[in-house]
Design a protein around this ligand. Structure first.
Ligand SMILES: Cc1cc2nc3c(=O)[nH]c(=O)nc-3n(C[C@H](O)[C@H](O)[C@H](O)COP(=O)(O)OP(=O)(O)OC[C@H]3O[C@@H](n4cnc5c(N)ncnc54)[C@H](O)[C@@H]3O)c2cc1C
Length: 428
């Protein structure tokens, strides 16, 4: 238990969608002071398509009005995602939620910028400090000290590292870590729907086409009059090394896509022809953290904790869920909850809350990471052994039957499972 009733100082590193969600959520804790340190000069005005899964929408709805979310998302009809044959465009399968739920909570597509702005709207004024690039955290007996490139260090009781896939805080503790190329480049762009006015056959749904080499293409509206293009293409390392994360691949990129998709459903080529530009993302990964905490002072969230550059479209939901688990654990183990202390005297039990947070998240995340390896085996030992195209299609459909346990994960229930097991630790 912190020994005085001074506010709990929480320093969040990184102001991406997960850091912003952390600032919005943790600011609700009584007797706490939250500061978010972001290295850039202001909010990033760039980004690509993001699928908001059922899990992401549910956790967002815990701090925000879900009706307002509908204003900047798009939901394809008749189902959130149509899986199509790569060449004929025929629908092979519609993805639906595992059980009927209100429309507002069915997975949808959006664009990173409005999503980020929406979360930022929920962060109290004065919490975010831009131009603060964190370099490391030191921990001593009275707390953590966060150091920056060009600013004075600050003290905090708790540091939440949400500084993304290339997290400096994570790499401070994993000095030998190497991010490795996943063998895939994502080409993504979001543009004005008006550019499609002369294109025949544009679909009103969100569609995904998968090729036998593991290439994926996603097309669809993303809300606010925008349209999204995503292609995930297995590329040799020499192609990937010439491309820079989130930078234009320019005319080379467009020509490359046109050539690559010549044999595919002609709609894909028609849409590539109107793309104003294309951004490249050579996808990298590092092993996920087995524990999301270091001692009693540092918690990791979002891509900093699970550095994987996109998996099952759950990057944002996994990050939101990390933060929700942390918030619930801090809240419930505080004296406001255990003794009914008034807000201004609330004290926090960091060791116990970080333990509950870690227990809530680590088992689920380890299982998701394991699934990414299992999927690799399934591709090698099942999909790639198809005799012909129709055998491959049948096998592909069998592989598309699962993953609702990831996309619809309910972190609140997971938290409750952990707190029920450790009830006596919390309340006695
Ligand atoms: C191809 C692709 C497709 C994807 N599709 C989806 C999808 O459909 N659905 C989905 O939910 N997710 C998707 N994702 C994943 C999703 O984009 C990420 O999981 C999410 O953006 C992670 O957010 P974050 O806040 O953890 O990290 P980031 O968005 O990377 O934010 C990190 C922030 O920390 C700041 N920062 C970094 N270092 C420091 C420092 N030293 N000091 C201070 N600040 C620092 C950065 O400037 C940045 O603002 C996809 C990712 C890729 C690559």
């Amino acid at each position: 238990m912190t020994d005085v009733t001074k506010p709990l100082e929480i320093a969040i590193v990184g102001g991406g969608i997960v850091g912003a969600f952390a600032a919005a959520t943790l600011s609700r804790l009584p007797n706490s002071r939250v500061t978010l340190y972001e290295k850039s000069e202001g909010p990033r005005e760039a980004g690509a398509w993001i699928a908001l899964t059922e899990a992401a929408l549910l956790t967002l709805s815990r701090i925000a009005n879900i009706e307002e979310v509908q204003e900047f998302v798009y939901r394809g009809k008749p189902a959130p995602l149509a899986r199509r044959h790569w060449k004929t465009g025929e629908v092979l399968k519609y993805d639906t939620s595992s059980f009927p739920r209100p429309d507002n909570f069915v997975q949808a597509r959006t664009h990173r910028v409005p999503l980020h702005n929406f979360v930022l709207k929920h962060v109290p004024e004065g919490v975010i400090k831009y131009n603060h690039a964190a370099v490391k955290v030191d921990v001593d007996s009275s707390g953590a000290i966060l150091h920056f490139e060009n600013q004075d260090p600050v003290r905090a009781d708790l540091v939440v590292a949400a500084d993304g896939i290339y997290s400096r805080i994570r790499r401070q503790f994993r000095v030998n870590e190497k991010l490795e190329y996943k063998g895939i480049v994502a080409y993504r762009y979001v543009f004005d729907e008006k550019l499609l006015k002369d294109v025949d056959g544009v679909l009103d749904d969100t569609s995904a086409w998968m090729g036998r080499d593991g290439t994926w293409v996603f097309l669809g509206k993303v809300g606010l009059g925008k349209y999204g293009f995503v292609a995930l293409i297995p590329e040799p390392p020499n192609v990937a090394s010439d491309l820079t994360w989130n930078r234009s691949a320019g005319q080379w990129g467009i020509s490359h896509l046109l050539e690559f998709f010549q044999e595919w459903d002609p709609l894909i080529t028609k849409i590539i022809k109107v793309l104003p530009d294309i951004l490249a993302f050579p996808l990298e990964r590092a092993p996920w953290l087995q524990d999301l905490i270091i001692g009693d002072r540092i918690a990791f969230a979002g891509d900093a904790a699970h550095p994987t550059s996109g998996v099952y479209a759950v990057g944002s939901s996994m990050g939101f869920d990390d933060i929700w688990a942390l918030y619930r654990a801090l809240s419930e183990t505080s004296t406001k909850s255990t003794n009914g202390d008034p807000d201004e005297q609330t004290k926090y039990n960091l060791p116990l809350s970080l333990f509950l947070f870690n227990e809530t998240r680590k088992h689920f995340l380890q299982r998701v990471e394991r699934q990414t390896f299992i999927d690799g085996e399934v591709k090698k030992k099942y999909l790639n052994l198809a005799k012909d195209d129709s055998d491959w299609q049948r096998r592909l459909l069998n592989t598309l039957g699962g993953l609702d346990w990831v996309k619809e994960h309910n972190v609140e229930l997971e938290y409750q499972k952990v707190r029920d097991e450790h009830f006596l630790k919390i309340y006695t």
